[in-house]
Design a protein around this ligand. Structure first.
Ligand code: SF4
Length: 326
């Protein structure tokens, strides 16, 4: 088993609201091993973005880390000074966002921005330019020397995302966090970016934490997957096992709603009925109970914890559900 680059234990994050603390993340455990790609899936509001913001310590001002440890290569990130965190971000931990325009400066050329990313390097200007060209080639940008002179708005969305990935990998980080990086792209570009990212991950050997609500992308790219619901991890394990033999009712429903898995032509896509629970006044028992067709009396009073070895799920009826596996 490879060493863990990122090891999160018992992380809970709340937001202060007028109605009281909104418990956005509760008791989240997550391990990202060296050289592995871990996917996080779940509906909007499941806590994916809060989790990332907590890792890189860029939470909203009204957020509070209630408890937990975020261990990155042996250091608890929650105990580092702001200066130490700034040094880690970009060097050891890089980010790729859904919209590259949020990470690229529209007023500077691509070349200038790629050079700025290398601010800690002692290389001279032409060496930095050469490295920028090499990185643009790696991510499949045609005529990279010309692109260095262009501004972000001159490039297509797919090209901008490739530039963002090139910049994120320039420092050869140990961990790349990709937050819905292909959501804004069309399907063909999405596939191209995913394959490129996989090649680059092999080449650079970094670990990737990949957040997406697109199950097909997760299936294509990831080694392991974490399924989140309303701020809790409800299932985790090796991708093949979780996607082929989902244990938790929520994971099952999520997979059933994936348009790629629907065999018969239909005008209506399946949805998971109901809505997320109120995270200010959490219900007793299982967080998924209101939407679960398997719920029994115990589910309303006792919170299920993750069970299993490797492939884990938080449900009281795991043995029963295994027998009714789809
Ligand atoms: Fe459904 Fe109960 Fe399992 Fe929760 S614990 S997922 S309500 S069966």
């Amino acid at each position: 088993m490879s060493a863990a680059v990122l090891d999160i234990q018992g992380l809970s994050v709340s937001y202060a609201t007028e109605a009281g603390p909104l418990k956005a993340l509760r008791d989240v455990d997550l391990e990202v091993a060296e050289g592995k790609i871990i996917g996080i899936v779940g509906e909007s509001g499941c806590g994916k973005s809060t989790l990332i913001s907590a890792i890189i310590r860029l939470l909203a001002p009204n957020a509070q880390i209630v408890q937990g440890v975020v261990n990155f290569k042996g250091s608890d990130l929650l105990g580092l000074s702001n200066e130490q965190m700034r040094a880690l971000r970009g060097d050891e931990i890089s980010m790729v966002f859904q919209d590259p325009m949020t990470s690229l400066n529209p007023t500077l050329t691509i070349g200038r921005q790629m050079s700025d990313v290398q601010h800690r390097s002692s290389a001279n200007r032409s060496e930095k330019n050469a490295r920028s060209v090499m990185m643009l080639e790696r991510v499949g940008i045609p005529d990279p020397k010309t692109q260095l002179k262009r501004y972000p708005h001159h490039l297509s969305g797919g090209m901008r995302q490739r530039v963002a990935i090139a910049m994120a990998l320039m420092a050869e980080p140990s961990l790349l966090i990709a937050d819905e990086p292909t959501t804004a792209l069309d399907a063909t570009l999405e596939v191209q970016i995913i394959h490129r990212l996989k090649d680059l991950q092999r080449e650079f050997g970094c670990s990737i934490l990949f957040i997406s609500h697109h199950l097909g992308v997760i299936a294509e790219l990831c080694d392991e997957v974490l399924v989140m619901y309303a701020g809790e991890v409800v299932e985790s394990g090796c991708l093949r096992e979780v996607f082929k033999e989902p244990k938790h009712p929520y994971t099952r429903m999520l997979l059933e709603c994936d348009p790629a898995r629907i065999k018969e032509p239909t005008r209506e896509l399946p949805v998971i009925e109901g809505s997320l629970p109120n995270l200010v006044n959490l219900p007793d028992g299982c967080i998924f109970r209101e939407r679960c067709s398997f719920a029994v009396a115990r589910c309303g009073v006792e919170r299920p914890v993750l069970h299993g070895d490797g492939h884990r799920a938080a449900c009281h009826l795991l043995d029963h559900l295994q027998e009714t596996s789809p």
